[in-house]
Design a protein around this ligand. Structure first.
Ligand code: SD4
Length: 335
């Protein structure tokens, strides 16, 4: 989609979502007014030159920049994904990715991550505790085991055996104390969630992606979201393209949304339109209508990229050799 304004490099990676919202409100309204509501043909997305990296949220930009550097130096898509996502996982000011993420209802930070490469290999970890870089644990699952997904304590033990950086955990005591107060399961209001999903198209036309999150703040202990579930929080099909998600995982994983978006691209839709159509399809069957908090990014083999989300404040980051930008949610006003 051609926007009537350009969101340049002025958005530093530490800018909060709220500040970003405020600062782009005028531009977003402009974008909405300049398009005529919601026709697929008006939603073609944009095209870039590989190496091309896109990720969720303004904080993704710092990860994109790191991923680009790694790719240009090493030529490795998976290194670029992993080391790019490290940046967000390491950011102590980010409270929705990595060990600085907000804890679950029992006061424990449980992390989800996955990675998928051009050869359709994938690895994932769910509800892992105390591991600095869950994306690296996911990559090790992919490369060092015959499995695709490890969860909970087993995932942590595996990561420790692999020598990944860790911090001590005291989840047992926290969980026991929490259970005394809440003997039966309760649902907790979720008040904070943002995930990094990062997709890269290499100069050789190959695609890879990764995803990492602390999930929904206040989630029930053991709850796993969409982010480590292949086809939900992330999907890569090297013949077609890739998609990634951020938002309320329960509303993504019930629809295999990233897989759906890639399949829409297979049918010929440009990435942005595929994201929009996935949302429209999901919204149709949901009694809550568009109050779903589901947001997607996608890119295809030819370098087209796009995004769409139900959250007006959703934004995504796009990085190429000569530019690194944060763009507002192109679906604002189109749903
Ligand atoms: C989850 N999808 O665990 C993640 C959280 C998230 O933006 O993406 N928030 O449900």
């Amino acid at each position: 989609m051609r926007l009537p304004f350009r969101v340049g490099n002025c958005y530093a990676s530490h800018m909060t979502r709220r500040k970003f919202l405020k600062s782009t409100a005028v531009g977003v309204l402009g974008a909405t007014a300049a398009t005529n509501a919601g026709h697929a043909a008006d939603f073609p997305g944009e095209k870039g030159e590989a190496p091309l990296i896109i990720s969720t949220w303004p904080f993704g930009k710092a990860s994109n920049d790191a991923a680009l550097k790694v790719f240009l130096k090493s030529g490795s898509l998976l290194d670029a994904v992993e080391r790019g996502i490290w940046v967000t996982e390491s950011d102590i000011n980010n409270h929705s990715v990595g060990l600085a993420g907000k804890p679950n209802a029992a006061g424990v930070v449980q992390l989800d991550a996955c990675i998928m490469g051009p050869d359709h290999k994938a690895g994932s970890v769910a509800a892992i505790e105390g591991i600095r870089h869950p994306i690296s644990a996911a990559r090790r699952v992919m490369e060092k085991t015959n499995h695709v997904m490890l969860a909970g304590e087993g995932a942590r033990m595996f990561a420790l055996e692999q020598g990944l950086e860790s911090v001590p955990i005291n989840s047992r005591e926290l969980y026991d104390a929490w259970q005394k107060q809440h003997p039966s399961p309760v649902t907790h209001k979720v008040d904070n969630h943002d995930t990094i999903a990062l997709l890269i198209l290499g100069t050789d036309g190959n695609i890879a992606g990764g995803c990492s999150t602390s999930g929904l703040a206040g989630k029930l202990p053991g709850r796993v979201g969409d982010s480590p579930i292949l086809g939900s929080g992330l999907y890569v099909d090297n013949e077609i393209g890739a998609a990634g998600a951020t938002g309320v995982g329960e509303n993504v994983m019930r629809y295999c949304a990233s897989f759906m978006i890639v399949e829409f691209m297979r049918q010929g839709m440009p990435p942005g339109e595929a994201c929009l159509q996935a949302i429209r399809r999901i919204v149709k069957t949901e009694p809550t209508g568009r109050e779903l908090s589901i947001n997607f990014i996608a890119l295809d083999k030819t370098g087209r990229y796009g995004a769409a989300g139900t959250d007006n404040g959703f934004a995504y980051s796009v990085t190429m050799r000569d530019s690194s930008r944060v763009l507002p949610n192109p679906a604002n006003g189109k749903l």
